[in-house]
Design a protein around this ligand. Structure first.
Ligand SMILES: O=C[C@H](O)[C@H](O)[C@H](O)COP(=O)(O)O
Length: 226
């Protein structure tokens, strides 16, 4: 079992009978979906799930988990997802995939947001390893880019996987990948991005993570939000 599987299994064991569980997106979230499905089929654990992306919904269906559409829920008990960066204050950077809107909705709506990472995701500040993904309305991308450049950021639209076009999110947005002055804190960046018209969603998850489970060499460390 690798570190991502280990931490995913640990999180699946935290799910209790009757819970509505949000399913994240990405390789770590996939391991969680598999581990939860195992408990559902082998232990008869009663769960309902809601997915953060089309790809996670497909995965959940493949493994036989009961799945609700997001429109059918107004709250959930637990949301489990990976992250690309985690700071000491448990601010997150997410969105190397393209499903930020649903991910942040579920993170905000859940009673408990549990983040699964290995040690490679720990950073001292948001933006240390990756540019910040920013979903923009397609017609707004140049105005958003110019507005952020005026505040010192640099960056371009995300290319698609084969680099012969542009990446598009599940909901038809383009993605700007912007790097900001390293002196800006995650909360300052969060405010700038929340206040910029034309941005649909962005990858800074500030004050949302309740628990971060960190796997390293077969052991799990639990960090709780203040
Ligand atoms: O949109 C992608 C999500 O934010 C992922 O949770 C994040 O990129 C981490 O992915 P992984 O578990 O594959 O490292």
């Amino acid at each position: 079992m690798n570190d991502k599987q280990l931490v995913a299994q640990h999180a699946a064991n935290l799910v209790e009978d009757g819970m509505v569980v949000g399913l994240g997106t990405g390789s770590t979230a996939n391991y969680f979906i598999e581990a939860l499905a195992h408990r559902y089929t082998s232990e008869g654990l009663k769960v309902t799930t809601v997915s953060s992306s089309y790809i996670s919904a497909i995965k959940a269906r493949e493994v036989g988990l009961p799945l609700l559409a997001m429109e059918q829920i107004s709250k959930l008990d637990i949301y489990v997802d990976g992250a690309d960066e985690v700071t000491p204050s448990l601010a997150l950077l997410k969105g190397r995939g393209s499903d930020l809107v649903r991910e942040k909705l579920l993170a905000r709506a859940s009673a408990e947001f549990i983040v699964l990472v290995d040690q490679s995701k720990l950073v001292s500040r948001i933006g240390e390893k990756y540019a910040i993904p920013i979903e923009v309305m397609p017609f707004a991308w140049q105005l958003v880019q110019a507005s952020l450049q005026a505040q010192g950021a640099i960056g371009e639209l995300r290319p698609n996987a084969s680099k012969d076009g542009l990446a598009m999110t599940s909901h038809g947005s383009l993605v700007l990948e912007m790097t900001f002055d390293a002196k800006l804190s995650s909360s300052e960046l969060n405010i700038i991005l929340n206040n910029t018209p034309g941005i649909v969603e962005h990858g800074i998850f500030e004050g949302l993570a309740g628990t971060v489970l960190i796997a390293h060499e077969g052991k799990i460390e639990t960090r709780l939000a203040d």
